[in-house]
Design a binder for this molecule. Structure first.
Ligand SMILES: Cc1cc2nc3c(=O)[nH]c(=O)nc-3n(C[C@H](O)[C@H](O)[C@H](O)COP(=O)(O)O)c2cc1C
Length: 366
């Protein structure tokens, strides 16, 4: 299948970011760009993995926010993603923040967004998930309505209503664009929230993995608290990380001063450092999903070595187009083979094994 993206990309670039995104979704929904892609190029077997009893043909997923209303999960799978995360979906429809609210930072290969959970609500997502054939892994990222006074009730409604239609759930307590949302990451609040959500999951969708998505801006204490909670809470994984309100590097693009969450290249280092730390703190006992700034096979490989069982991306797709997915998979398979490893599972957390095998400095000198 020829890569048509170089032809289309000047058009997308000329459009406002959100209009370009709508056009992309429409193109995917109409079958353009992905027809036959998967069949033409099967995934390298070395990338296969079974996690939570689900088959992942490759570890590269599309991150939440791209397909908020579950319009094109199967088209994204056909594009070559190993799994697709739809959402964030809120229980009731809501418009999100005023436009413009997505900004492309070409010189930084980054995006700033302050979408604010624009969502058509649970109903359309439910209808679309019900109508699809259950092939491939499709997760649902759940949020709360901006005007809701009971956050837990919103997430509980998501878990109960989406129930067995999701292959996994993500509880999004980390978007920077809904006031107060990130406070839910505080230990005493999160502990209670997760206990109730795990119980709801056990009732509505037993066996469906429940993950929590965290922010890259957590304090050291919050990081330790979340790691300590992970095991006892009964959750099945952590997605690391959402966009950042920090500006970790000096940005060079015209839109650098916009308010909102930053994603793409500048997020790679801080999100990977957080992933590495959470893997260490949880001793590799809980699967982690690494997301933030992945734009090459080397980036994806670095996240997996730091502790991710799966990875996701969004922003690099804006700059590089869908052919990136195939390049990442081929490159990742080559890197694994180069290092003499047999499967993705052998790579997960490999940096930590090496670090603990390295003798302390005093012995090294001897
Ligand atoms: C325009 C845009 C919208 C997003 N919307 C959501 C969302 O609704 N829910 C969510 O959990 N993350 C959302 N994200 C965050 C991404 O899922 C991801 O965590 C982040 O962008 C870092 O990955 P990246 O650098 O590959 O883009 C959004 C990101 C962007 C750029």
């Amino acid at each position: 299948m020829p890569d048509l993206y170089p032809l289309i990309s000047p058009l997308l670039r000329a459009l406002p970011a959100e209009a370009a995104h709508r056009l992309t979704i429409r193109a995917l929904a109409s079958g353009l760009g992905s027809a036959g892609a998967r069949r033409a190029e099967p995934d390298p077997p070395i990338l296969k993995q079974i996690l939570w009893g689900r088959d992942f043909p490759n570890p590269i997923g599309i991150a939440a926010g791209f397909d908020k209303d579950a319009e094109v999960p199967d088209a994204l799978l056909r594009l070559g993603f190993g799994f697709a995360e739809t959402g964030t979906v809120t229980p009731r429809p809501q418009p999100g923040n005023p436009k413009p609210r997505i900004f492309r930072l070409y010189n930084d290969r980054a995006v700033i967004n302050r979408m604010g959970f624009n969502s058509r609500g649970l109903e359309p997502t439910l209808a679309r998930l019900r109508a699809r054939q259950r092939v491939g892994v499709v997760g649902v990222n759940l949020g709360k309505n901006r005007d809701s006074t009971d956050a837990a009730a919103d997430y509980l409604a998501g878990v109960r209503r989406v129930g067995p239609l999701a292959d996994y759930f993500v509880i999004n307590v980390s978007s920077p664009n809904t006031p107060g949302l990130r406070d839910l990451q505080r230990r005493e609040i999160l502990e209670d929230l997760l206990r109730r959500l795990v119980a709801a999951r056990d009732e509505a969708a037993p066996g469906t993995p429940l993950l929590v998505k965290i922010a890259p801006d957590l304090s050291p204490v919050e990081r330790a608290d979340i790691a300590a909670l992970a095991g006892p809470s009964g959750i099945d994984g952590i997605v690391i990380a959402n966009t950042t309100i920090a500006r970790p590097v000096r940005l060079r693009s015209a839109a650098a001063g916009e308010q909102g969450g930053l994603s793409g290249g500048p997020l790679f280092a801080p999100s990977t450092a957080l992933l590495r730390e959470i893997y260490r703190l949880t001793q590799g006992k809980i699967p982690l999903v690494g997301v933030g700034g992945i734009a090459s096979a080397a980036d994806a490989y670095a996240k997996i070595r730091a502790g991710a069982s799966l990875v996701q991306l969004y922003t690099a797709l804006v700059f590089d187009g869908p052919a990136l997915v195939g390049r990442l998979k081929r490159g990742l398979a080559e890197l694994i083979a180069r290092d003499g490893l047999a499967s993705i599972a052998d790579v997960v957390g490999a940096d930590h094994v090496l670090a603990s095998a390295t003798p302390p400095p005093s012995r090294r000198q001897a």
